[in-house]
Design a protein around this ligand. Structure first.
Ligand SMILES: [Zn+2]
Length: 265
């Protein structure tokens, strides 16, 4: 069967003598493809089997065997991501997250659009890289079914509390009054310290702007997710920490690409 599909290359692994196994993200899910001869200099599919390339792939597939790439043409190659090592490692981390949070034969159009927009934002320095990274982390995990609710305190439902904490474990907000109350109750029963309680629940103190940024990242249409500024360094730092801890907590592990990204900052 011959068919074509638009997909973003999330990863490319060497396979056999001269071939590659290429994982692409399409709007209908993640797919692994065989790229025969793609490592040869003369290969006509060489340029569309590199990471970060968004292309129209011409595929051939027999029955349920792995599809192989017959040809194709690039739509966007995000070339300059490879010219800056900080951008390269961040883009790799973004694609690793997309790979982890996407399934085969499941609707992935939101994840594809988000990932393409994010690579575009990184390539064009639309915002500080730390902000782009955090927005992507929060939106990707929200799309995948772990959307936090930061509209009001999870206990008293107050919307306008001044001092709030992001309850990473429950994907919720807790105000400082409720946290203090909870602390007194638990302390009476278990003789834990206030710090123990914070540690157990993974609570991150939020600034008002960082809380707004999280709500923005999960609430607005994908085309607008990068259209805000965090002018205070403290707000960006808090926003970054909250988004990274939230996604890593829910995925249950870190990423080599994330370690590499931090190793050069
Ligand atoms: Zn409360």
């Amino acid at each position: 069967m011959l068919y074509t599909v638009d997909g973003l290359v999330l990863r490319a692994q060497n396979y056999g003598e001269n071939d590659k196994l290429v994982t692409i993200l399409t709007s209908e899910g993640k797919q692994v493809l065989l790229a025969k001869g793609a490592r040869s200099m003369k290969s006509k599919i060489k340029n569309i089997t590199e990471p970060f390339v968004y292309a129209n792939f011409e595929l051939n597939q027999k029955g349920s065997a792995i599809a192989w790439i017959k040809g194709g043409s690039s739509i966007e190659i995000f070339y300059n991501l490879r010219e800056d090592v900080e951008k390269l490692f961040l883009a790799t981390y973004v694609c690793d997250i997309a790979n982890e949070l996407s399934g085969e034969r499941v609707e992935c159009s939101d994840m594809l659009r988000l990932t393409l927009n994010t690579l575009f934002a990184i390539m064009n320095n639309m915002r500080p890289l730390a902000q782009i990274k955090a927005v992507y982390e929060m939106r990707a995990v929200a799309i995948s079914g772990y959307c936090p609710n930061l509209d009001y305190c999870e206990e008293c439902e107050e919307e306008n509390a001044e001092l709030t904490y992001f309850d990473i474990t429950n994907g919720a907000l807790i105000c400082s009054d409720c946290l203090n109350k909870r602390g007194r109750i638990v302390k009476k029963n278990l003789s834990l310290t206030y710090d123990d309680i914070r540690e157990r629940n993974v609570l991150i103190p939020l600034t008002p702007a960082s809380r707004s940024a999280i709500r923005f990242a999960i609430g607005v249409p994908v085309e607008k997710i990068f259209s805000f500024n965090l002018s205070e360094a403290e707000d960006l730092k808090t926003f970054s920490k909250a988004c990274e801890e939230y996604i890593l907590y829910h995925l249950g592990h870190g990423f080599d690409s994330l370690d590499l990204y931090y190793s050069i900052l």
